[in-house]
Design a protein around this ligand. Structure first.
Ligand code: GAL
Ligand code: ZN
Length: 685
């Protein structure tokens, strides 16, 4: 990332698709880009048919002119490999490159993404065009970054994929006996006697073997990773100094982003926050924190966002004035060094004619483009945060394998989902201005005072041992329900649950008990911990006070843990709902239900007190409604996502980098307003 931002500061720009426009328009594009402070554009994402109109015939002339134009205007190019959308000739001549769904239907060209990730023909043709592109533009002054494909996520159930799946399984299990055991195929007469019998999970009469499906998820993810690596290697060999990225899609299920992030130079994300949902600011913050985690704490790139309404929701709410700026600055606050949009100029034709852009159909003399220009210019004022980290003392554990394993058919309740659970636990930290890092189950936890595991249905022995060791060494751990349930083969860990965490939690259970949904389950704070240093105005709930929980309960017993909350009705009355256990130097919490938001917020407060962590505004245990607070480097970002003005006391006198004005004691933020406060030296407020 550093090589990209050096001399440029924060990156600003978008997807630039000049192939949709006559060349006369390009000159105007370049001029407008300069006026808006654009310094990075992504070119060529969907240009395969234009670059290679028929197999082997290459036409690079137009792209030469685009790159030259960008270079002449000092605009860096994020050059895409065009492999996300093969030309019609590929599917026409080699139909086996077209993907097949689980019903056996082939998906045709006429849209995009029509390729089978395991197809050798696709791979060969893709690498040919990637090689030609890299050979041609190696050393071009505009080339700053490689963008592999687009939003990798394809899945294919064809026979070629089936063969690749078998090869992958052979590698993993060696022999069929081991596979049969791992998949538990004595159940429902599924024993395999020949590798050739194994197929992807295709449409079947009833629930498919969850262990087979888990391996299929892994295989599909690996197949996409394989495509990424193949392209990356071609690029690296020819342009070793040019970083390589691919654009993620937030919490996207099919591809294990931890595995890809480890192999790329820059982490990039596409993010289109859902308008009108009150949880959107928190969900967006969580996604940004995940990107920072994927980047190992280093800056990342917001590759695509929208200036206004998108076109792919059924009813596309526009963004009020100031909204895209707010969203963009939220990403800056959470570690993004680049703020890019889909796309530069709104298309006249094609499926995305009605998607917002930086230059709308109505042209540059518009309200929207004026805001784009102003935003590009104001980003210069934030140049000093470029490269700066977002320090966090709290980590949340999230892994794709557990996500895949959890959300299969045939479990006690489909109301307990990985991402919802993650967001539920994230919200109280967001509302307190406590920064959170997202880490993988195998991540290094030593830097964190508090580690939250909202759900880890699948946990490996080593990861469970690492969580235990983390607590013993002084960490505070919070574990959510239905965790530690299965092993890496999706087989239930027998004994009292959560078997591999039972000791550290000092509590264990014997039944998972989904609850009626017509009303909350009554729970009560039952005494609980005399916890360490109280933080700010932190006041625990009164003992005996009741709260509600949803959907999920467990029959639990303390094995040494304090019972912090208990169920207050039915057969579970008086049984633990939340426990807290001192283990070694640390503390481990277990939450055996899904407490309503207010109760989860209490719980987060208690765990934070255990860990001695407070938010970035220590005087305010909870931020004013709608306000987000996060510190990047030295700069304190305050963002108002609410519909009302908010007055926020600030810890020290500062300069607002966005306005250049000094502020002290407090700032007042109108709706959608942002302050970026750099403390003044010796400036206590
Ligand atoms: C992204 C994609 C872009 C464009 C955009 C529209 O998912 O990468 O090419 O389709 O969505 O919102
Ligand atoms: Zn296929």
């Amino acid at each position: 990332m550093h090589t990209l931002t050096e001399g440029r500061g924060l990156l600003f720009g978008g997807d630039y698709n000049p192939e949709q426009w006559p060349e006369e328009v390009w000159a105007e594009d370049a001029e407008l880009m300069r006026a808006a402070g654009v310094n990075l554009v992504t070119v060529g994402v969907f240009s395969w048919a234009r670059l290679e109109p028929e197999p082997g015939r290459l036409d690079f002339g137009w792209l030469d002119r685009v790159l030259d134009l960008m270079a002449a205007n000092g605009i860096a190019v994020d050059l895409a490999t065009p492999t996300a959308s093969p030309p019609p000739w590929l599917g026409h001549r080699w139909p086996e490159t077209l993907p097949v769904d689980e019903d056996g239907h082939r998906l045709w060209y006429g849209s995009r993404n029509q390729f089978c990730p395991s197809s050798p023909v696709y791979r060969e043709r893709a690498l040919e065009i990637v090689t030609a592109l890299a050979d041609r533009y190696a050393g071009h002054p505009a080339l700053a970054l490689w963008h592999v494909g687009n939003e990798l996520g394809e899945v294919c159930h064809c026979d070629v994929s089936a063969a690749a799946f078998r090869a992958w399984l052979q590698e993993r299990y060696g022999d069929l006996g081991t596979l049969n055991e791992a998949w538990g195929t004595t159940f429902w007469s599924q024993g395999y006697g020949d590798w050739a019998e194994i197929v992807p999970p295709r449409r079947a009469p009833y629930i498919i073997n969850p262990s087979q499906r888990l391996d299929w998820w892994r295989f599909c993810s690996d197949a996409l990773l394989g495509q990424f690596l193949a392209e990356r290697d071609v690029l690296r060999a020819r342009t070793p100094g040019t970083p390589v990225t691919t654009n993620f899609m937030g919490l996207f299920k099919r591809l294990d982003y931890w595995s890809v992030a480890a192999e790329e130079d820059v982490v990039a994300n596409d993010w289109y926050p859902e308008p009108g949902n009150p949880l959107t600011p928190a969900r967006t913050a969580l996604t940004h924190d995940l990107m920072r985690g994927l980047a190992g704490g280093r800056p990342w790139l917001l590759m695509e966002q929208a200036t206004n309404g998108v076109n792919w929701r059924p009813h596309n709410l526009p963004k009020p004035s100031g909204q895209f700026r707010l969203e963009s600055l939220q990403a800056v606050a959470r570690g993004a060094d680049g703020l890019c949009y889909f796309q530069w100029r709104a298309s006249r034709f094609g499926a995305e004619r009605f998607h917002a852009a930086m230059v709308p159909h109505a042209g540059a003399e518009t309200r929207l483009h004026a805001e784009v220009r102003a935003h590009g210019q104001e980003l210069r004022r934030l140049a000093e945060v470029t490269g700066e980290p977002v320090p966090a003392r709290v980590a949340m554990v999230f892994g794709w394998e557990s996500w895949w394993a959890l959300e299969e058919r045939g479990r006690p309740s489909d109301r307990l989902n990985a991402v919802d659970q993650l967001l539920d636990y994230y919200v109280p930290f967001f509302e307190r201005g406590v920064s959170v890092d997202v880490v993988p189950p195998s991540g290094d936890l030593s830097a964190y005072a508090l580690v939250v595991v909202p759900n880890l249905f699948l946990v490996g022995d080593e990861d469970a041992a690492a969580l235990t060791a983390y607590v013993r060494a002084g960490g505070v751990l919070v574990v959510g329900p239905f965790s530690g349930v299965v092993d890496p083969w999706a087989q239930v860990r027998t004994g009292r649950f959560p078997a591999p965490l039972r000791e550290v939690l000092g509590a264990s259970g014997e039944e998972w008990l989904p609850a009626p949904e017509d009303r909350p389950v009554r729970c009560r704070w039952s005494g609980g911990p005399k916890i360490g240093p109280k933080i700010g105005a932190e006041i625990g709930p009164e003992i005996g006070a009741e709260f509600g929980a949803r959907v999920w309960t467990e029959l639990l017993e303390s094995e040494g843990a304090e019972v912090v909350a208990e169920f207050a009705e039915g057969d579970l009355a008086g049984r633990p709902a939340v426990t807290r256990h001192r283990s070694g130097e640390g503390v481990a919490w277990y939450v055996a239900t899904m407490p309503e938001p207010a109760a989860l917020a209490e719980l987060a407060g208690k765990a934070l007190a255990d860990a001695g962590v407070s938010g970035v505004l220590p005087g305010l245990p909870v931020l004013p409604r709608g306000v987000e607070a996060v510190r990047r480097g030295e700069v304190l970002f305050l963002l108002n996502h609410g519909t009302e003005s908010a007055r926020v006391p600030i810890p020290e006198a500062a300069e607002d980098l966005l306005t250049g004005s000094p502020v002290k004691e407090h700032v007042t933020l109108a709706p959608r307003a942002v302050a970026a406060l750099r403390p003044l030296e010796n400036g206590a407020a």
